[in-house]
Design a protein around this ligand. Structure first.
Ligand code: PHE
Length: 232
């Protein structure tokens, strides 16, 4: 909750508005409208809990992107925090976790706008010395897609156990909204463009506070919770 509030504060100060989507979604909003039709191999990236052939537990807050674009006209600048669900469970994956989606759509939005905003974001989150790096990646609903790394806030980029000796830590996925997604939402990709990003909130909290097991967030061990209590 503390990390979520901090993320909201940072993005709200940049002019983002909050949109809360639903945890139960249709296949259309979670996948098809995000350029991931039935039988697309990228559906395999997220092991999905289906409630019926039509309904599912959303696997990503990206499902909210289309709802927002159906309701609003550009300029759009939305932040969407919430729970997401995937059939996955180990020390760094939980069947339920939290993401924060960002979506910006307007005229002449470029990848530089995305990186500039992310730079601001990681400086506010960690410290002024932290830098970002974009690596090419793949998501069906963004083109180009990037994986965003931050320089290690523990060793300053020299290499340590937190960054596994590389000096960089992966923090989120992002990219330019795919023209098919804009079209699917009723926008003309010749007239507007946008970027989107999705950050795992537990992941941010784990990096910030050196938490090694994601399951610690949900087991309600008072000793763990007290470490973060501001009301002691
Ligand atoms: N939805 C993607 C995921 O959960 C993250 C993402 C969001 C990527 C927005 C690009 C743009 O893996």
């Amino acid at each position: 909750t503390q990390v979520k509030n901090q993320l909201i504060d940072i993005f709200a100060s940049m002019g983002f508005e909050i949109f809360e989507g639903a945890e139960i979604e249709t296949d259309y909003y979670n996948f098809t409208a995000l350029n991931t039709p039935q039988d697309h191999p990228a559906r395999d990236m997220q092991d999905t809990f289906y409630l019926s052939p039509e309904f599912l537990l959303r696997t990503q807050t990206s499902a909210g992107q289309i709802h927002v674009m159906e309701k609003k006209q550009p300029p759009i600048k939305i932040l969407s925090p919430g729970k997401v669900f995937r059939s996955d469970s180990d020390a760094t994956h939980s069947p339920m976790f939290s993401q924060m989606e960002g979506l910006v759509v307007d005229q002449h939005i470029t990848l530089c706008d995305l990186q500039g905003m992310l730079d601001q974001f990681v400086k506010a989150l960690f410290s002024d010395e932290v830098k970002t790096r974009l690596r090419p990646s793949y998501f069906p609903f963004t083109e180009p897609s990037v994986e965003v790394d931050v320089s290690c806030h523990v060793c300053g980029g020299k290499g340590c156990s937190v960054c596994k000796g590389t000096g960089w830590i992966e923090i989120l996925g992002a990219g330019m909204v795919h023209p098919n997604v804009l079209r699917m939402a009723g926008f003309d990709p010749e007239k507007c463009s946008g970027f989107a990003f999705g950050v795992g909130m537990e992941r941010v909290a784990m990096l910030k506070y050196g938490i090694r097991d994601i399951r610690d967030f949900y087991t309600n061990d008072v000793r763990f919770l007290k470490t973060f209590s501001r009301f002691e």
